[in-house]
Design a protein around this ligand. Structure first.
Ligand SMILES: [Zn+2]
Length: 142
């Protein structure tokens, strides 16, 4: 619910880009945002929909046109949000994942993190291990 998203996001970015200068803090912020905001909704909402993510991505591209630095920072946040959907298993809930294409109503699906219950404990441990693994990878590459 915390380290799971941080660890998977950071490890994925490192695995894909091997770039120490990537905006990891922005990725981490993005990976935590959907649950931090929607925990207050009391159910899964638009931030667990891939359609919303694509819309946010398009908005970022428009808003940051010609501003390279803010574009890369904001894209890192959006990438973090995408990775949240992946590692949250958001695609398992078709109605939530494809909102609003699947219909405007959310129903009252709980946030996936609450559906997982005690499974969150091993996932948190895996998240911490991924962070440690990534830190060692970065060290070995410097
Ligand atoms: Zn979530």
């Amino acid at each position: 619910m915390f380290f799971w998203f941080i660890g998977t996001a950071v490890a994925t970015i490192w695995f894909v880009f091997h770039d120490k200068k990537f905006g990891y803090r922005h990725v981490v912020a993005g990976a935590l945002v959907p649950d931090v905001i929607e925990v207050f909704l009391g159910h899964a909402g638009p931030l667990h929909s891939v359609v919303t993510m694509v819309a946010i991505m398009a908005a970022v591209m428009l808003i940051t046109y010609g501003r390279k630095k803010s574009r890369s920072n904001m894209l890192a946040v959006v990438i973090g949000m995408f990775l949240h959907l992946v590692f949250d298993g958001a695609f398992a809930n078709t109605k939530m994942f494809w909102w609003p294409i699947s219909g405007l109503k959310f129903g009252d699906s709980a946030l996936p993190v609450f559906d997982r219950g005690f499974l969150n404990i091993p996932l948190e441990i895996i998240g911490v291990l991924l962070l440690l693994w990534t830190r060692n990878q970065v060290k070995d590459n410097s």
